[in-house]
Design a protein around this ligand. Structure first.
Ligand code: PMP
Length: 301
């Protein structure tokens, strides 16, 4: 392992790029990287709490599976990438924060041909993050329904967390234009899928419901954690269900999940107030259970 550069204030974070740490000002990629030229690559957003990488195993399984799906050889074993993530946390003197792990097709020519790129670009950025303002977690957030549908699975499966995020970004612009930060996205057939950067749940008559993956969405790691670990722990009934937007508007509670967002209540959808217009009791229990599990030591599996 090469000597570590000394951290200089203002030139953090140190970014791991194919085995080397570079200070922020020098952490650059080639303009010929197909990740930049074509969005040809995949990524993960990962949280760490008290230096423990939340669901590290699940994130690594997802990104390696996605690399296989786009036929991108990573060039590193998952264990090596995990070690590098831990090093990036140490190197930047962080205890709590966010890792952006990117795997790009790498440097190639201007043509589309992906297999002429020499080797994948593997990048690890460990930094601080705050997605939504803290008071939003108490008060809940407002969202809209995007007019733009989610890219159909047959075109580009939303479960593939690729560097092509324009579908989500254009939907997010609709949200920003409407004065909010998130939007619900529907399939081209009008089924509720997910949000531009979060998965969606509703609570109706005490039951926790979320659309099935087949509705077209990212197989969220926070979603799976809520479904498979937090709901059973709290004795909450949980089910996947195809939904129309009216069912969401009519729910007792709505909440979103995501690595960056964690668990956050939705209290209105456009002009429709959800439930009592504040974070509901089930959402609160799930959010608090999430915090408790993290406080006891974030699961890394
Ligand atoms: N959907 C989309 C489109 C996302 O980008 C994300 C991650 N920001 C999520 C859902 C939540 O997934 P995870 O819990 O794995 O972060």
């Amino acid at each position: 392992m090469p000597d570590r550069p000394v951290a200089i204030e203002g030139d953090r974070p140190f970014v791991w790029i194919n085995g080397e740490f570079k200070p922020k000002s020098q952490a650059t990629v080639s303009v010929f990287d197909h990740g930049l030229l074509y969005g040809d690559g995949v990524f993960e957003g990962i949280r760490f709490y008290n230096k423990r990488i939340f669901k590290s195993g699940a994130h690594l399984r997802r990104i390696y599976r996605n690399c296989e799906r786009i036929r991108l050889p990573v060039g590193y074993e998952p264990r090596e990438v995990e070690d590098a993530m831990r090093e990036a946390i140490e190197m930047n003197g962080l205890a709590d924060g966010y890792i952006r792990l990117l795997i790009t097709r790498g440097v190639g020519s201007l043509g589309l041909h992906p297999f002429r790129c020499e080797r994948a670009g593997v990048i690890i950025i460990a930094d601080k993050i705050s997605l939504y303002p803290p008071e939003m977690y108490e008060k809940g957030m407002k969202v809209i329904v995007a007019k733009r549908p989610r890219t159909p699975t047959a075109c580009l499966d939303p479960s593939l967390k690729s560097l092509n995020y324009l579908n989500n970004i254009l939907a997010k612009i609709e949200a920003i234009d409407a004065g909010v930060l998130e939007c619900i996205m529907l399939s081209t057939e009008g089924w509720v899928g997910e949000c531009s950067g979060d998965n969606l749940f509703i609570v109706k008559d005490g039951r926790v419901l979320t659309p099935p993956l087949e509705a077209g969405m990212l197989d969220g790691i926070t979603r799976a954690f809520v479904m498979n670990e937090l709901c059973p722990k709290l004795g909450l009934e949980m089910e996947e269900k195809w939904m129309r937007i009216d069912e969401v508007r009519d729910a007792d509670e709505v909440f979103l999940t995501g690595t960056a967002a964690e668990v956050i209540a939705v209290t209105s959808i456009e002009d429709t107030v959800i439930g009592d217009g504040v974070e509901g009791p089930v959402t609160r229990r799930i959010r608090e259970a999430f915090r408790e599990v993290i406080a006891a030591g974030a699961p890394e599996d």
